[in-house]
Design a protein around this ligand. Structure first.
Ligand code: ZN
Length: 393
């Protein structure tokens, strides 16, 4: 009985010894392997301390960036990243400023600001550039990724806010080795995603001087477009407004010459309306008008058969001419808006402008792209045809 117990104890102890030996050999191997990559116990110790402190994070990657420092990337359950740059000589942590050339710090900052402004609408870009929050810098082979966390933005975007900076953009500023892609696409801030919800915004009855220009500014700040259906007899008075509307990617359509009810006109009168409106527009822009928003939305067969235009009506009416109330106009859109809508407004009223100011950022954070009518048709894979009436896509 006693002998059997002794054997048991010996077996258990030799088992434990074997495991210990295996672990020891494994550790020696690991150390040797790490020695090939970097020879810094101090960096490893720093990393161990970081991992102890950042209990909610797991280590995703720890690699040598240059002979000077390593990068440890951590991630938590929410998908939030943290990164640490560790000096291999002394194990101290480095900041982004330590890995940007000292004489190029300001140029680097300016470049980041510029790319953020290209990518994001103003209400987000301003906060990321001038507000407070946390930024995680991750160095990849051919690009630097910046993740932005906890910035105060109103309305609050649900999407992850980040910037991918190709090293081609900052090759003169960084102080570590990198690879350069031969070709790269620069951030342009206005690429349409056909899988996203998209609506067309339309403004009737202009051009209307500073009000039209203010809307153009708001659209541009939010990286959005609209179609302005203008009245022919007003166009001649505001050539510069028309040019300004077109400059930032908006579209101009006809809203007839005199804002008459076109269904009461003869064929000859209709053709005269079309001709005189187009003449003025062409003298200002060199282009022909292709779209018609019939006054009051009224269309008949005579119009459809004789006007070589595409008729664009709407399916979401804000009735901004009736309710001169910012909240009412805002609510009329935000409570009903859906993919493919054509929204009707007028560039006539201060209340409309105030509503648009509030509406555009809210549409953005709700995942809507706001575009011109032609862009909406294009995104929805439809070709606009003359003599046809469209209300939504
Ligand atoms: Zn009108």
């Amino acid at each position: 009985m006693k002998k059997k117990r002794n054997i048991k104890i010996i077996l258990i102890f030799s088992g434990i010894f074997c495991i210990f030996l295996t672990l020891l050999i494994f550790k020696i191997n690991l150390n040797n392997k790490q020695k090939d990559v970097w020879d810094s116990k101090l960096a490893d110790e720093t990393l161990t301390n970081i991992l102890t402190q950042e209990a909610n994070y797991v280590l995703v990657e720890h690699k040598m960036i240059s002979s000077q420092f390593t990068q440890a990337i951590l991630k938590n359950d929410n998908g939030t990243y943290k990164s640490y740059f560790i000096n291999v000589k002394d194990g101290n942590l480095l900041n982004i400023e330590d890995i940007i050339k000292s004489e190029e710090q300001q140029n680097f900052k300016n470049k980041v600001h510029e790319l953020i402004e290209l990518k994001y609408p103003k209400f987000i870009a301003d906060s990321l550039n001038y507000g407070n929050g946390n930024i995680t810098y991750i160095l990849k082979d051919t690009e630097l990724i910046m993740y932005f966390y906890d910035f105060e933005i109103n309305p609050k975007p649900l999407e992850e806010l980040f910037l991918m900076i190709d090293y081609n953009e900052i090759k003169d500023y960084v102080n570590f080795p990198f690879h350069l892609k031969e070709e790269y696409e620069r951030e342009n801030g206005f690429t349409f995603d056909p899988t996203k919800k998209t609506v067309a915004l339309t403004f009737d009855d202009g051009p209307n001087g500073s009000k039209t220009l203010r809307l153009v500014e708001l659209l541009h700040q939010n990286k959005m477009h609209a179609t302005f259906f203008m009245v022919g007899n007003r166009m001649a008075t505001a050539p510069n407004v028309i040019k300004e509307v077109l400059k930032t990617g908006n579209e101009v359509g006809s809203h007839s010459y005199n804002h008459k009810n076109l269904t009461r006109l003869t064929k000859e009168e209709l053709l005269e309306e079309e001709k005189s409106t187009n003449l003025i527009y062409k003298s200002i822009t060199g282009q022909d008008l292709k779209l018609l928003r019939p006054p009051y939305g009224n269309v008949n067969d005579t119009m459809k058969q004789n006007l070589n235009l595409t008729f664009i009506n709407w399916n979401l009416d804000t009735e901004d001419w009736r309710y001169r109330n910012t909240n009412h106009i805002y609510d009329s859109v935000i409570n009903k808006v859906k993919d493919g809508d054509i929204i009707l407004m007028h560039d006539l009223y201060e209340t409309t402008i105030k509503a648009v100011e509030k509406l555009l950022p809210e549409l953005y954070v709700r995942g809507f792209q706001v575009v011109s009518v032609s862009e909406l048709a294009n995104i929805k894979g439809q070709t606009l045809e003359v003599h046809k009436v469209y209300r939504s896509f």
